[in-house]
Design a protein around this ligand. Structure first.
Ligand code: FE2
Ligand code: FE2
Length: 300
């Protein structure tokens, strides 16, 4: 697949037109404010608590999580600041980003449900994998996983026939049965809509002020040649995302998607650079897939 399909101005321009015709789901102001505060060195918990306290729904969500059995509090708390310190700023940031993205993108029905399951599992797997390979910016990996396919609900909104190919977009591979040829989902999207979900997702992520590490990883998440990234962090996050996307599509396949999924061996053949970047072998990918499948079955 040519590099220009991901970086060519005409693709981004077409994605911009499409996104503006649907209306880009904007990041809620309060989320942007909290994000700004969290990013500051020595982030002030009291200041962040004050911002949260202005939003009833967000306060309720935070207290509900802090008072859940997971944290084992003897007495329930109604203090935003205490709830925030229990959860930790990074966890809280992930939670508000995922719930506000979900609210912003909307969507109902089986396709939207599959999209969310896939996005949430890609986010979780990305962050856990980042920890395992010793990549410090676990947070960035989580956000890249969460947002990587966010162009899909917009394509679903704009083009009713996108529902026919949504399983293939979420499945990374397996378009043979759909097209009769071995074309990628990106090629099929390009042919039908003159753009693709990576370019649309890139624009949404940019409008949510996500870092360039994350936006670039999103734009290239169906491109196996990670050499395209000269920045080391972007290269690492991209490699993590490619593995997480593969394992997440495997989980979707087990959950009853109509797409097929490459075997670990076939996937590994095409992703040698990704494996080398993360110092992983095909066996490691198999172990990871089994490990995450077990976790999914247990509902972790
Ligand atoms: Fe994708
Ligand atoms: Fe994906």
């Amino acid at each position: 697949m040519s590099e220009s399909i991901f970086t060519g101005e005409e693709y981004i321009k077409k994605a911009e037109e499409l996104v503006s015709s649907i209306g880009i789901p904007s990041q809620p102001r309060i989320v942007a404010e909290i994000n700004d505060e969290i990013k500051k060195p020595g982030a002030d918990l009291k200041k962040i608590s004050d911002i949260i306290a202005r939003d009833v729904a967000m306060s309720a969500k935070l207290l509900k999580i802090a008072n859940s059995p997971f944290f084992g509090l003897k007495e329930k708390t109604d203090s935003i600041q205490r709830a925030l310190s229990l959860l930790g700023l990074k966890n809280f940031n992930n939670i508000i980003l995922s719930s506000s993205l979900r609210d912003a993108l909307g969507g109902h029905g089986p396709a939207a449900e599959k999209f969310w399951n896939h996005s949430m599992s890609a986010a979780t797997i990305s962050s856990q994998l980042a920890g395992r390979v010793g990549f410090a910016a676990v947070e960035q990996a989580y956000i890249a996983g969460l947002f990587h396919d966010c162009g899909i609900p917009l394509l679903l909104k704009k083009y009713p026939d996108y529902v026919q190919i949504v399983d293939y977009a979420l499945g990374v591979v397996g378009t043979d049965s759909l097209s009769g040829t071995n074309r990628s989902i990106i090629g099929i999207e390009d042919e039908r809509y003159s753009t693709h979900h990576c370019a649309i997702g890139f624009l949404v992520a940019k409008s949510w002020y996500l870092s360039s590490v994350v936006t670039q990883a999103i734009l290239h998440h169906h491109y196996v040649n990670i050499d395209i990234h000269t920045d080391l962090n972007t290269r690492k996050v991209s490699a993590i995302l490619l593995v997480a996307d593969y394992i997440s599509s495997y989980l979707l396949f087990l959950g009853g998607s109509s797409c097929t999924v490459d075997s670990e061996e076939d996937w590994a053949k095409r992703h040698q650079k990704v494996l080398a970047e993360l110092s992983l072998s095909v066996e490691d990918i198999k172990d990871l897939r089994e490990d995450f499948t077990e976790k999914m079955c247990r509902g972790d």
